[in-house]
Design a protein around this ligand. Sequence first.
Ligand SMILES: O=c1ccn([C@@H]2O[C@H](COP(=O)(O)OP(=O)(O)O[C@H]3O[C@H](CO)[C@@H](O)[C@H](O)[C@H]3O)[C@@H](O)[C@H]2O)c(=O)[nH]1
Ligand SMILES: [Mn+2]
Length: 736
Amino acid sequence: MEKKNPLPLHVSHVNNLSIITNRLHAFFHCIAIAFFIYYRISFLFQETRAVPFTPWLLVFASEMILSSIWLLGRAYLWHPVSRTVFPERLPEDDKLPAIDVFICTADPEKEPTIGVMNTVLSAMALDYPPEKLHVYLSDDAGSLITLQGMREVYRFAKWWLPFCKMYQIKTICPHAYFSETENDDTNSSDSTEFFAEKNKIKEKYEMFKERVMNVVEEYRNGQDHPTLVEVIQDNSGGTKQAGCVHMPLLVYVSREKRPDHLHHFKAGALNVLLRVSGVISNAPYILGLDCDMYCNDPTSARQAMCFHLDPKISSSLAFVQFPQKFHNINKHDIYDGQFRSTYRVLWQGMDGLKGPVLSGTGYYIRRDSLYGSSTERGIDLAKLKNSFGGSNVFVKSLHPNYKHNNVNERNFSSALLQEAKILASCTYEYSTKWGEEVGLLYQSVSEDFFTGFILHCKGWTSTYLTPSRPQFLGTSTTNLNDLLIQGTRWGCGLLDVGISRFCPLLYGPSRMSFFQSMAYGELSFFPLFYCLPLWCFATVPQLCLLNGIPLYPEVSSSFFMVFSFIFLSAISKHLQEVLSTGGSIYTWRNEQRIWMMKSVTAHFYGSMDNILKRLGLRKASFVPTNKVLDNEQIKSYEMGKFDFQTSTMFLVPLVSLVILNIAAFIGGAIRTISVGNWDKMFVQLLLSFYILIINFAIVEGMVMRKDKGRIPPSAILLSTVFFMIFLFLGSVALMY
Ligand SMILES: O=c1ccn([C@@H]2O[C@H](COP(=O)(O)OP(=O)(O)O[C@H]3O[C@H](CO)[C@@H](O)[C@H](O)[C@H]3O)[C@@H](O)[C@H]2O)c(=O)[nH]1
Ligand SMILES: [Mn+2]
């Protein structure tokens, strides 16, 4: 008998109107660019050129680079989709698959332990059968504070989990819950009993917090420590609470680290977790979380299962990605900490092209997708060991029907823990395929991006889900220094992929759709493809303006119309995207500004890092982003003021370029008035003016502010020196 089609677990929506406007806009913009290319090329064939060749060529090249990255970016706008899920249609709890949660932490100083423990607690409190949930914490620092914190988590969770379950608490991260001014979950319960209970739990939380914060560690070397794997259990004996609480399994893992050993940062840590969890719980699905990214809604696991358990798509679906959202972003969001365009536009666009990029945190991934194709060969034990290393227990766990029975028994034999230790040692991966074909891949410090790309190349798909209540909330960078350091790492990591044999534009098209390779191409090249032209546009037209050399069509020429069209069309498309995703004109200004600032600093240094690394002059590095919030800095962030307390390395390019643009604008205006050729120089004047208006915050930081976050005089002085040298050398070079 044919069974009636069950109701779907999820549906997708396509906004046809926005698809049509996107495509029409791309079409007209392309035509305008074509005309402008004609204008540039016809100049090269002019008999008598009134203008030196070099600056013209530089500007033309920059325009071409910017246009090509723009063109690649059209892939995101081709067919964006959004999705809705129906978790209430999922099968019964006993039919749900198990989930292993992986949380990574690397440095108790930059990543405060109490925050990490809150993430662990929130993951334990997910609305999922506790016997099917296993939470692993990887501690790259090997810190006693973190281990002790985990033991405290176990004690507090016995209060916290039943409380969340009983009162259906939505904010399952205790810190967030107790800092909320108004909880939205109080209405359902008898309030006096509820408030008494809440106060009791709050007290327990305060005690928990105190105990976690009071752990002292005498000595620790984060780069040199042995393996430590501990299944956190009740060893407190008599103090058992009335009524046994079902708790997810909780495991602390600190892999072995040695100074002379490449440990591959987060990707290395995750691979250790894959192996260790493989011999302990071996769940078919994994939730990946950064240590600061707590679960903000208990339903995410069930929402993800709406895709993973849909037989129509599950065989090729590798992961379900949720957006990264942040708990500490204010209304000004001057640093674009929310990455609006990435999580509101780009990922939705890629969702319509076989799926978004793996984004490091907030994803539910299938374990076997990370094991590569080597498991398909199945039985050949020698081959499996070649790929996965020598552990028999682990290799056995690769078999799809293999079940460990230790999780339910909860008595972990010392033999098993011994095996886990071997799997977490530094030498385990020697002459295996870990990091090359198996697990998270090591080639790029943006391990998430690269691993997701290779999965998509192998034919896996992914889906993106952005429910209105954020499922996960992290800590965003709220000062310039952290933002630029993070941006530098990403720039370097993305180029690791772009400039390699896996370059998406070459490696992609035969393995994935053309549009999908365009999108991956855009992502892996944007650091380089933004930094080169933006450096050029911030310097060359200005130098020429000061020297009276026109580079753009004069106002009376018809090509001026073409140029204006391109400029206005680019700006207004950006504005339209901002407004349609809930932003304002200020959001638009902030994004334009941070785009310019990052391009000439973070993207520039990231690209340089990458090149130096290739030349062997620099080692790969992953400086974890700082998650400690400094009060003074928070204040200026709250006021929407830039915090310029960052290294001279970042400040000098910004300030020198602003000085150059001020000089060009004033000097150029005087010169143009005296010569009377304003229609020839108009675009260059406008360009400097635009740069200054958008980056007025830097001018303010230089001359108007007196607080700690201003730009220090020493940086201004150094920048002035750079500016003068540049002006001199540049003007000489212009003669050719
Ligand atoms: O050697 C390391 C370095 C980092 N981490 C952990 O990796 C996570 C991400 O690091 P973070 O400093 O927060 O980096 P972000 O720049 O905020 O991370 C984004 O970018 C990374 C790739 O560059 C991704 O891995 C992240 O998931 C993504 O959130 C954190 O939990 C760290 O504890 C390790 O476990 N070991
Ligand atoms: Mn982070």
